[in-house]
Design a protein around this ligand. Structure first.
Ligand SMILES: [Zn+2]
Ligand SMILES: [Zn+2]
Length: 224
């Protein structure tokens, strides 16, 4: 979440934290895709918005609007209609409610996913999930020179077959992508939650490829 800008990236279970962080009277929520771990939190918005005057626009690829409207908000799954506006996007960019353009980056993932890139005057941010990182990844040119890269890394090294099958990433290819993109710093997210270790990824093993790498943690605050 970028509280000062009123932007949230994806709507997983962690979105409950937004309630205490909202600073704006409007929120833009950008969805990478409609897999449940990225959209389930849309049903939390009734609770999150209770007693607040904040309105919400949810941006999602046009081909996934029906999944949200007809499946997630099917009356037998959830009793009331969405309390937000759905703004479908197509093509290379979307526009936030205030008119600011955001680049949309098509990603390889079962059913398709989109990354996002924000370019501000003195910094930039790219958000890349869910996809399989690789030196030949098609999104590499779209994240070139970004100052902050947030990239998924579901698997440690050694799970390349599973990563390819499920459309997720292993550590070394993510480090290679970050290095090739010349990213200022990179935060790893969407780590396999079934790994109980606090440090499931051995960052030292990719130091020679790319150093400015860290595993993001819940509640972490970063300056953009
Ligand atoms: Zn997914
Ligand atoms: Zn996911």
């Amino acid at each position: 979440m970028m509280p000062e800008r009123g932007i949230i990236l994806d709507a997983g279970t962690g979105i409950f934290r937004a309630r205490d962080l909202i600073e704006t009277d409007h929120l833009d929520i950008l969805l990478s895709h409609a897999h449940l771990d990225h959209v389930i939190g849309l049903t939390f918005l009734y609770d999150i918005m209770q007693g607040k005057g904040t309105t919400t626009t949810v941006h999602v690829a046009a081909d996934k609007v029906g999944t949200i409207e007809n499946h997630l908000f099917n009356p037998s799954l959830f009793p009331v209609k969405p309390n937000f506006i759905i703004q479908p996007f197509e093509g290379e960019s979307l526009k936030l409610s205030d008119g600011t353009p955001v680049a949309t980056i098509p990603l390889d993932h079962p059913g398709g996913s989109h990354g996002f890139r924000f370019d501000w005057d003195d910094s930039s941010l790219a958000y890349i999930t869910d996809t399989t990182a690789a030196p030949q990844a098609t999104y590499l040119h779209q994240i070139q020179g970004v100052s902050t890269l947030i990239h998924e890394c579901y698997f440690p090294d050694g799970f390349e077959d599973r990563a390819a099958l499920t459309g997720h990433s292993c550590l070394t290819p993510v480090a290679e992508v970050a290095a090739m993109a010349n990213a200022g710093r990179t935060y790893l997210v969407h780590i396999n939650p079934q790994n109980e270790s606090d440090t499931p990824l051995n960052l030292d093993s990719v130091n020679a490829i790319y150093e400015k790498l860290e595993v993001a943690f819940d509640g972490q605050i970063i300056e953009l």
